[in-house]
Write a protein that binds this ligand. Structure first.
Ligand code: HPA
Length: 276
C-alpha cells in the first residue's frame, strides 16, 4: 500500500468519528499537550485506534487526536507526536499530518520543546520558527514520489508561511508574549547533543535545537499545507550551562510556560480564523 493510500484509509477512519472536517491542525509537543483540554465536547481518538498510526512511546506525549471547535475554527489537535528516534521511519511519523491534510486541513501550527542555542534566550521563552535545518540525514519524501501529495522536488525556501508568521507576531502582541524568532535545527536524538555539536549548530545558523518537527514540516509542505511553528525553549542547549539536561526538566519547563503558551496559541487560532 502506498503512503497516500495509508493516509487515505486513516483519514476515512478519522472522518467517520467526527462531524466536521478539521480546518486547522495543532501539533502539541513535549509537555504542551494540556492545551487540548480547552476544547469542549471533543472527539478523542487514541492513535492506536487509527489505521497506520504508530503509538507515541514518550512521556509527555499523550498520543491521541482531539477534534472539535476552538474560537469558531474546526481544529484537530495532535496531543503528542511520534518521533524519528522512536525507531519509526520518517514516512511513518508523518502519516498523521498527511492524513489530516486528506481530512481537509490546509493549515498547521507545529509546536515543540527545544534547547536554546542563542545565549540571549532563557528557559521558558517561546520562539517562532523562521526556518529550519534538517540534520536528520533523511527526508520523509525519500522513495518513490507520491504525486497525489505533491511534486518530486518541493521548494522549502519559504516553508514557514509569511502570512501565518504575521498572525503569530500579532498574536504575541495581543497575548503580551515576548516572542523570540530563530532557526530550529533537528538532531535525531534521543541522546541530547554534545557541547561540540551545539557549537557547530550555532556556527551554521541555528538558534534552537530539537528532535522533531522538521520531517513533519517537509511532508506538510510537500502536500501544500501552510505552516507556522512555535518552539518552547525548555532548557539551554548542551555546553551553555554547567548542568546536565534531562527530559523531566524539558517537561517541567514546558508546563511552566503553559499560561503564555495557551494565551499565544489562543490568539493565533482567533487570528487565523479568516485564513483557514
Ligand atoms: N536538545 C534536543 N532536543 C530538545 C532539547 C535539547 O536541548 N530540549 C528539548 N528538546
Amino acid at each position: 500500500m502506498s503512503y497516500y493510500e495509508m493516509a487515505k484509509t486513516a483519514a476515512e477512519y478519522i472522518m467517520s468519528k467526527c462531524s466536521k472536517a478539521p480546518e486547522l491542525v495543532l501539533v502539541l509537543g513535549s509537555g504542551l499537550g494540556d492545551y487540548a483540554e480547552q476544547i469542549e465536547n471533543p472527539t478523542i481518538i487514541p492513535y492506536p485506534d487509527i489505521p497506520g498510526f504508530k503509538t507515541s512511546t514518550v512521556k509527555g506525549h499523550a498520543g491521541r487526536l482531539v477534534i472539535g471547535e476552538l474560537f469558531g475554527v474546526n481544529v484537530a489537535i495532535m496531543q503528542g507526536r511520534i518521533h524519528y528516534y522512536e525507531g519509526y521511519t520518517q514516512q511513518e511519523i508523518t502519516l498523521p499530518i498527511r492524513s489530516l491534510k486528506l481530512c481537509g486541513a490546509n493549515t498547521v501550527l507545529f509546536t515543540n520543546a527545544s534547547g536554546g542555542i542563542d545565549r540571549s534566550f532563557v528557559p521558558g521563552d517561546l520562539m517562532m520558527i523562521d526556518d529550519h535545518i534538517n540534520l536528520s540525514g533523511k527526508s520523509p519524501l525519500m522513495g518513490p514520489n507520491e504525486d497525489e501529495f505533491g511534486h518530486r522536488f518541493p521548494d522549502m525556501a519559504k516553508a514557514y508561511d509569511k502570512e501565518l508568521k504575521q498572525v503569530l507576531l500579532d498574536a504575541a502582541q495581543k497575548a503580551d508574549v515576548d516572542l523570540k524568532r530563530g532557526v530550529y535545527i533537528m538532531f535525531n536524538g534521543p541522546q541530547f547533543e554534545t557541547g561540540a555539536e551545539i557549537n557547530f549548530a550555532r556556527i551554521i545558523g541555528a538558534h534552537a535545537v530539537g528532535m522533531s518537527t522538521v520531517p513533519e514540516v517537509i511532508a506538510a509542505r510537500h502536500a501544500g499545507m501552510r505552516i507556522a511553528a512555535v518552539s518552547c525553549i525548555t532548557n539551554m542547549a548542551a555546553g551553555i550551562l554547567d548542568q546536565p539536561i534531562t527530559h523531566s526538566e524539558v517537561n517541567e519547563t514546558a508546563a511552566k510556560a503553559k499560561v503564555k503558551f495557551t494565551a499565544l496559541v489562543n490568539e493565533f487560532v482567533k487570528g487565523v480564523a479568516d485564513l483557514v
